[in-house]
Design a protein around this ligand. Structure first.
Ligand code: DSN
Length: 429
């Protein structure tokens, strides 16, 4: 494979091949990553990348779109079916653009939006001052309770009553507990706000009906397609057709979302990615996908319990989803050193702020660990215990021979659960 690339551009080919080896030989525990199927990979490398298709199926600005229209319509229909949504826009290039389009459709610059503080598990596009969201809108951050480290819906309600935001945003990047979207909806209704949900991290769990459903209650749901959903890197927006708060608006909600994406933010959609989204949504409609998501959660729970037994503190005492947020303080090490040490033995994670962290984001007190990729490779609960032990040993290790031994145990585990066994980027097939 890659025969043309290897001949024409050996430097790029070498980087691609080295990345395949890195993914194969390491334990990928970044909670927002996954490993797509070979069908998704194949679709990404097709001639659909050549096509300009500004507009939407059957309403394009260029000719020759009859085949990409089929791919985009499949993606839209499968997304709607998978999530029970009235309307789907599959064009956002990424989650940030999905969120930007949702804000543009629901609010005006300067309007108030309530969202979880980044330091408590929110996202950059949920109002960070260095992001477009924080520059264009007036974000009111809410937090988790200091005692339980979980959302305090009473406090959120009080804040909403006081601030009367245009949008209440739920859905987070480092929150290990399930989210009661129906309660958020009650608060939104009480204050006359739109409810927006960013389900990027938990979209796969929602598709498998293993997490409370936001689609039934929210006005707009944004997502990425590459996390637990296990599709290509990209964004997705689901929404109601009608605007329940402003039914007399000239354009309905679905139309406003579509025009916010194109021509509002983006030009030509990435048709190879949209076709790959269709493939991934098709895979997610299969019963195997539900089994996979069950195992993702079971693995995260096992990992969490085993890490606690190893002496680490787990934020909120456990997990309901695919991720575990670890407080490293009990082992006397911080996020930067911990993630570097783990990278060196082949366990990839990310340093993360924990709620009420007194340290800075570049070297916080926590580590975020996720199970989507390991579960895709076939690791189950017994292996989670072994992984937890390897993590704890690495964090406590203080000499190179110990780290070498751990590195070789990681390698044994990755060889027992191969990834992309049929891909060979170094030889012709
Ligand atoms: N950067 C992603 C994450 O890791 O959670 C969110 O966009």
């Amino acid at each position: 494979m890659l025969e043309h690339l290897r001949q024409q551009d050996p430097e790029v080919a070498a980087a691609v091949s080295a990345e395949l080896n890195r993914q194969r030989n390491g334990l990928e525990m970044i909670a927002s990553e996954n490993a797509v199927s070979e069908s998704v990979l194949e679709t990404l490398g097709t001639v659909l990348t050549n096509k300009y298709a500004e507009g939407y199926p059957a309403k394009r600005y260029y000719g020759g779109n009859e085949h990409v229209d089929v791919a985009e319509t499949l993606a839209i229909e499968r997304a709607k079916h998978l999530f029970g949504a009235e309307h789907a826009n599959v064009q956002p290039h990424c989650g940030s653009q999905a969120n930007m389009a949702a804000y543009f459709a629901l609010a005006e610059p300067g309007d108030k939006i309530m969202a979880l503080d980044l330091a408590h598990g929110g996202h950059l596009t949920h109002g960070s001052r260095v992001n477009f969201s924080g520059k264009l809108y007036s974000f009111i951050p809410y937090g988790v309770s200091r005692e339980t480290e979980t959302l305090d819906l009473d406090q959120i309600r009080e804040l909403a009553l006081q601030e009367r935001p245009k949008i209440i945003l739920a859905g987070f990047t480092a929150y290990p507990r399930s989210i009661d979207f129906a309660e958020f909806k009650k608060i939104a209704d009480e204050v006359g706000a739109y409810l927006m949900v960013d389900m990027a991290h938990i979209a796969g769990l929602i598709a498998a009906k293993l997490h409370p459903d936001p689609i039934a209650v929210a006005d707009v749901v944004t997502s990425t397609t590459h996390k637990t959903l296990r599709g290509p890197r990209g964004g997705l927006i689901l929404c109601r057709t009608e605007d329940r708060l402003r039914p007399n608006n000239k354009k309905n909600l679905a139309q406003r979302i579509d025009s916010a994406v194109f021509p509002g933010i983006q030009g030509g959609p990435l048709m190879h990615v949209i076709a790959a989204k269709a493939v991934a949504f098709g895979e997610a409609l299969h019963s195997d996908f539900i089994k996979y998501q069950h195992q993702v959660i079971a693995n995260a729970k096992e990992l969490s319990s085993a890490l606690i037994e190893e002496g680490l503190r787990v934020v909120s005492g456990g997990t309901d989803n695919h991720l575990v947020l670890v407080d490293l303080t009990p082992v006397g090490i911080f996020g930067q050193e911990a993630s570097t040490k783990l990278d060196n033995v082949g366990i990839h994670s990310n340093k993360n702020l924990i709620p009420f962290d007194e340290r800075k984001p570049t070297d916080p007190s926590g580590l975020r660990l996720g199970t989507p990729v390991l579960t895709t490779r076939g690791l189950c609960e017994p292996e989670m215990r072994r992984v937890a032990s390897l993590i704890a040993q690495t964090l406590k290790a203080n000499n190179e021979s110990e780290l070498n031994r751990i590195r070789s145990e990681v390698r044994q585990l990755t060889e027992a659960f191969p990834l992309y066994a049929n891909l060979d980027y170094n030889h012709d097939r």
